[in-house]
Design a protein around this ligand. Sequence first.
Ligand SMILES: Nc1nc2c(ncn2[C@@H]2O[C@H](COP(=O)(O)OP(=O)(O)OP(=O)(O)O)[C@@H](O)[C@H]2O)c(=O)[nH]1
Ligand SMILES: [Mg+2]
Length: 376
Amino acid sequence: MTGPIGIVNLPDQRRKIVSKRGAAFTLMVCGESGLGKTTFVNTLFSTTLKSYADNRKRHRKQVDKTVEIEITKAELEERFFKLQLTIIDTPGFGDYVNNNDAWAPIVEFLDDQHESFMLQEQQPRRQEKIDLRVHACLYFIRPSGHTLKPLDVEVMKKLGTRVNLIPVIAKADTFASADLDKFKARIRSVIEAQQIKIYTPPVEEDDIAVADETKNIIASIPFSVIGSETDVETSDGRIVKGRQYPWGVAEVESEQHCDFKKLRNVLIRSHMLDLIHSTEEKHYEAYRAQQMETRKFGESRPRKLDTPKFKEAEQELRKRFTEQVKVEELRFKQWEQRLLAERDRLNKDLETTHLSIKSLETDLENLRLNSGRARR
Ligand SMILES: Nc1nc2c(ncn2[C@@H]2O[C@H](COP(=O)(O)OP(=O)(O)OP(=O)(O)O)[C@@H](O)[C@H]2O)c(=O)[nH]1
Ligand SMILES: [Mg+2]
């Protein structure tokens, strides 16, 4: 592969800890049908593992439509460090008449992995856990040149709260470079406006060179990719992974043509550990905390009610209920304040009345005294 796996570049101490155990990294691809997800997975594997490309050539000729969640594992080893790479390919959605629940099986898969890990953690023997929690989820965006579809926004919102979501523009070879930049800017502004949570690499300001590189990576989001399973010859005689056009070759690994290399670098080199840690600390913890609220320790998830669809509905209901309670509370507070003000006013009235009674009584007393004296 080009460029080493991330661990080799870590500071010594940390590297020792990680390289002893090795690391497991799980990547998922999802998005509309026919955008090149499966092709991307194969491109990533074949530019990373030579044996993979050879094997594939022997077994399969062309990419078929993906009809179920497919899991492929590979082990990379480099200078005593082992990386267990798992890629989860998902069936594309968007080509059915009813798109409403297109995201459901994917969201369910993500939640199931957290659930299964949580249950294993509660067991007395906690070694050798099976862990398929997804560390990064690439969301493929159609290279339409327009903007994100409502379906994309809906699905991305659901994914962003569960997993490190990385938006990717598919088939970058269908764009001229200036159009691609405009499209990227548009996608970024929709992501921001819709408050979609995406993975943003942390900028470590103490090392200027590293910070600049990270800022450069962030500026490239959403990453544009080209996928290809075939080797083609460029006009200057190089054999590369790419797509042949009358004008020349769109090269997968050329930084001028797309961000494939940059993205691969983020995934299995510069930010692999951050992706693993943030999955553990942010997304898994969020899942655990949410589950703890609703059930007792060791209790299993209520089966029928845990479908993502039901959960969304439940959350919506809960939200509406909380809002309603807030409105009522406010109304009650205002009413209480009015009541207190009224009480104060009446108390004041009472006081004034008392005072005037008192002074009337004094007047009366004086009158009585005066009339007594006069009679005498
Ligand atoms: N122009 C272009 N075509 C691509 C690219 N990547 C894949 N394709 C083509 O797009 C078609 C669909 O590719 P797949 O990899 O099967 O797409 P998918 O997203 O896995 O599709 P589903 O499994 O149905 O969701 C194939 O004909 C690919 O050759 C790319 O980067 N550029
Ligand atoms: Mg596919």
